[in-house]
Design a protein around this ligand. Structure first.
Ligand SMILES: NC(=O)c1ccc[n+]([C@@H]2O[C@H](COP(=O)([O-])OP(=O)(O)OC[C@H]3O[C@@H](n4cnc5c(N)ncnc54)[C@H](O)[C@@H]3O)[C@@H](O)[C@H]2O)c1
Length: 354
């Protein structure tokens, strides 16, 4: 295991990976002191090193990662120039990575598929980060099996079941490798914000009745989730996460409702909450929030990656509960938002093992 770096392989060089790679370069030149976790396990964000990258789009495959992150259809804006990395994006198998809605935007490369197991082994990666489109369940299972063969830990940003797949969990435990998932919870994303609002209202005794968080976005993932089947998986993930926040059932809807390419990686979210307060009076909340999707996701990912390195060092195998509860929408164990944050802090300060 590399001592001073956190070596990762990324599968899917889209907007989230673009923000991740840019953030590593950004914090090489800018202070991270204002962040919640400037250092984790002795590692700065700039200690994360991408040593292998995989995609299927001809505008990315065969290109240096520094160039590929800005190639179309990515539209996460450029925060910083990334110098040539020496990491050439290699062709992954397509499997179910392209939805009928996003097919027109993706140009599948005719390059030969790389042997991902050999490539990852050769790269020295310790963790695989899966940033492929949501709804790619077959592809995510394939990546997890590649990670097992290459003997690296795995982080699943997508809603596909990884830590909820009992067969995969058993295999990762057998190989003594850590896993993290499912469905990344962004730093300022709709789900964590919505959970916080619902938790406060519930704690204050408000009887919640109906609520939604609906958004429009301009990233390829927004277009991808217009595909009904994929949308139901992403929505299912968000709605399940919100349902687990409350001790009783309410009407919940959460997800992306439209794609507007001119928004780029901006996500515009709308929250509505309706409940009953003292003597049955109405409480109605209507909020709008604008975030940068990729940056918000990368902010969580850089913490999970460094916690992943700690899990490897401690020999934790299978789902790492404290990290999953804090960093993902559908963790294997559910805890309140604040308990999850506490658990994460305990894990990274070695007050708990997993
Ligand atoms: N804030 C966030 O960015 C955020 C938050 C939570 C979850 N996620 C999840 O992270 C994932 C990535 O999000 P994104 O916005 O970067 O999406 P994106 O559509 O911008 O990027 C996906 C990338 O995967 C590539 N891809 C498709 N099929 C592939 C295959 N077979 N092998 C390798 N690469 C393949 C695409 O070409 C594209 O480059 C999604 O599943 C999303 O739900 C993101």
């Amino acid at each position: 295991m590399s001592e001073n770096k956190v070596k990762i392989a990324i599968v899917g060089v889209g907007n989230l990976s673009s923000a991740l790679v840019q953030s590593i370069e950004y914090y090489r030149h800018n202070s991270a002191d204002d962040l919640m976790h400037p250092r984790i396990g002795g590692f700065d964000i700039s200690d994360i090193e991408v040593v292998a990258a995989y995609d299927i789009d001809e505008r990315k495959v065969g290109k240096d990662l520094a160039e590929a992150i800005f190639a179309k259809p990515n539209n996460k804006h450029k925060v910083i120039d990334v110098p040539t990395t020496g990491v050439i994006v290699e062709k992954a198998p397509v499997l179910d990575g392209v939805s009928s809605y996003s097919a027109a935007e993706v140009i599948i490369s005719d390059a030969t598929e790389v042997n991902m197991i050999e490539s990852i082994k050769k790269s020295g990666a310790e963790l695989m980060v899966i940033n492929v489109p949501s709804g790619s369940d077959e592809l995510v299972t394939h990546c997890a099996n590649v990670a097992l063969e290459a003997e690296v830990g795995v982080i699943n940003s997508t809603p596909a079941p990884l830590v909820r797949n009992t067969e995969l969990v058993r295999k990762f435990k057998d190989k003594r490798l850590p896993m993290f998932g499912d469905d990344l919870q962004s730093q300022t994303g709709g789900t964590v914000f919505h959970k916080g609002l619902l938790e406060v209202l519930n704690e204050q005794g408000v009887k919640l009745i109906d609520t939604y968080s609906l958004d429009v976005s301009g990233g390829l993932e927004g277009l991808n989730t217009l595909d009904y089947e994929r949308r139901s998986k992403k929505r299912g993930s968000k709605e399940e996460s919100l349902k687990r926040t409350l001790p009783y059932d309410v009407n919940i809807a959460s997800g992306t409702t439209d794609y507007l390419d001119f928004l780029g990686s901006t996500r515009l979210g709308h929250w509505w909450i309706y409940g009953k307060g003292f003597m049955g009076h109405n409480i109605k909340i209507d909020i709008r929030m604008e975030t940068d999707d990729g940056s918000s996701g990368a902010a969580s990912l850089v913490d999970i990656i460094r916690a992943g390195k700690m899990a490897l060092g401690r020999g934790v195998s299978g789902p790492v509960f404290s990290v999953c509860s804090h960093g993902f929408k559908i963790p294997p164990e559910y805890h309140s938002r604040l308990d999850s944050l506490k658990g994460f802090k305990e894990f990274i300060t070695a007050k708990r093992d997993a």
